[in-house]
Each structure stands twice: as C-alpha cells, then as structure tokens.
Design a binder for this molecule. Structure first.
Ligand code: LIP
Length: 267
C-alpha cells in the first residue's frame, strides 16, 4: 500500500471538506440542528460532510470499510477501515466558535496507518503516516519537552454524557487546577490531540469520546514523539472510552491522578 500516495489524496480531501464547512458556516441555519442525545448535537453540515468524504474514500480504496460518527457507512469486518469525523467540534461550529476540524484515519485492524486532521479556523493541516514524521502545514512537528507537572499546559474534554462523567471531571479539575501550568477546555478532541503533537499543549484528557475523535490524532501524536493510553496506562486505547494523550514526559505523573479517581467513572 502506497501510504505517500494515499495521504496526499486524503490531505486534499480534508482541505476541500474544510472549505465546504467554512462556506456552509456563512449561512448556517441553527434551526436545522438535531440532538442525538442530551446536549449531543448534529447538523445537516455534519451529515453532508460525511457523505461527501465517504463517497471520495470509497473511490480511493474500495476494499475498505468505515467507522464514521454519523453512521453514513459501516465496517463489515474488512481488513482496512476508514475512521472519519466529518466535523469534530460540532458544538463550536453551531455557535460559530473555534476550533472545528475534519479527522480522517486509515486503520488496518489494530494499527493506524495514516491520519489527517484539518482545523478550519486556523487553516492548519496536520498529518502523519506510520513510516514518516508528523507535520503541520508542511513543517515537521514534535511534542514539547515539558517534564514538570506544575508547569504543564493541559487540555481537558468534557463529553456530552455529563451523568457518567461529572464526578470524575470535577475530581480531575480539583486535583489539577492550581497544580499545573494551566487548564483549557476547547471542545474538539481531534484538533487538540494534534496540538499536543505540535508541542502547544503537554497533555489532553477525556473519557467517553468516539474512535473517530482519536484515530487520526493517535498516529500524528505517535509520529511526533507523544504517547496515548487509557486511564490505566494501557496503550491499546483506540477502542477505549478513556483517552489520555501527552508528550510522554508528564504521562506517568498524570496517570497517577487518573488512576486515583478512575474508580468513580461510570462507564
Ligand atoms: C466532540 C469532541 C470533544 C468532546 C465533545 C464531542 P463532536 O466531538 O471533539 O472533545 O468533548 O463532547 O464529543 O461531537 O464535536 O464531533
């Protein structure tokens, strides 16, 4: 499989999809937003973006299946599988906030072969495949050297399912707030994992997000020298409900905090 050829096609598709999202944002109709669950929104833009992306990927690699956030296509046990979030940061998009992005990954069973994330507001294209470095807009990226937890800049994600996550989230904030360099909540996991890969943040923590939120970021972070595990430190986390991404240097210290509170997780 020619990953250099494939990733160029996926990069072009992500850029085109980003242009579609920005164009639709100019005339976005908030009256056409649906709720998949409490506070979990989806718009006609998410669904249209996903259909456009799936159609192009089907033509690119007909033998591959799909895992997509809006369920446009499915995985029937194929060896290769595209993992797609057509609009990550939907709530930001609906309210005309940043960031929001497209996330596309190609997976071969347990291994991510390539990943592309395009964040539309800052026009930043992140990519990597398993045999190369990680890049942002053509410039090689690497995780930060920050090894001191008290100075670490950390992103948190609060999933839609507040009932299952609230107690853990509050314990996490209570443990970290005032004891790290800073905490941020930005609402677009795929872009934020790339920010760790680019050294802008030193770690990101969230539970209860989907495989489409993390698959592309996983390979980009790995090729940038970072680390991703679940809240128990298990690196086999692509299908986990807990995702902890870091520069690797603050991973063990933060893992102790996660393991302290993990038992109150309700999932
Ligand atoms: C979002 C994630 C974010 C999480 C939100 C939501 P969506 O994805 O990127 O990290 O906190 O609950 O899951 O729904 O915008 O594609």
């Amino acid at each position: 499989m020619d990953l250099d050829f494939l990733i160029e096609q996926v990069k072009a598709l992500a850029l085109e999809s980003g242009e579609f999202l920005r164009r639709e944002r100019l005339s976005f109709d908030r009256g056409k937003v649906e709720q998949k669950a409490a506070h979990d929104y989806v718009s006609y833009v998410d669904k249209t973006s996903e259909r456009r992306i799936v159609t192009r990927l089907q033509a690119l690699l007909p033998e591959a299946g799909f895992v997509t956030e809006e369920g446009t296509a499915s995985l029937d046990g194929q060896e290769y599988c595209w993992v797609v979030d057509p609009l990550d940061g939907t709530s930001n998009y609906i309210h005309d906030n940043a960031p929001y992005c497209i996330s596309i990954a190609l997976r071969n069973r347990a291994e991510i072969l390539l990943g592309v994330v395009y964040e539309c507001c800052r026009d930043e294209l992140f990519w990597a495949h398993k045999d190369g470095a990680a890049y942002m807009n053509g410039k090689e990226i690497h995780v930060s050297d920050q090894a001191v937890l008290d100075q670490a800049f950390i992103e948190l994600g609060f999933p839609y399912n507040a009932e299952a996550y609230r107690d853990f989230a509050l314990k996490l904030v209570d443990s970290l707030y005032g004891h790290v360099g800073g905490l941020r909540l930005m609402g677009a996991a795929a872009a934020e994992i790339c920010y760790v890969a680019a050294g802008r943040f030193d770690a990101r923590i969230e539970g209860l997000i989907g495989p489409w939120d993390i698959a592309a970021g996983h390979i980009i972070l790995k090729q940038a020298g970072g680390k991703m595990t679940d809240f128990s430190g298990n690196p086999d986390c692509l299908d986990a409900r807990e995702v902890f991404a870091s520069n690797g240097k603050v991973h063990e210290e933060i893992l102790k905090v996660l393991q302290t509170h993990k038992k109150i997780l309700k999932f």
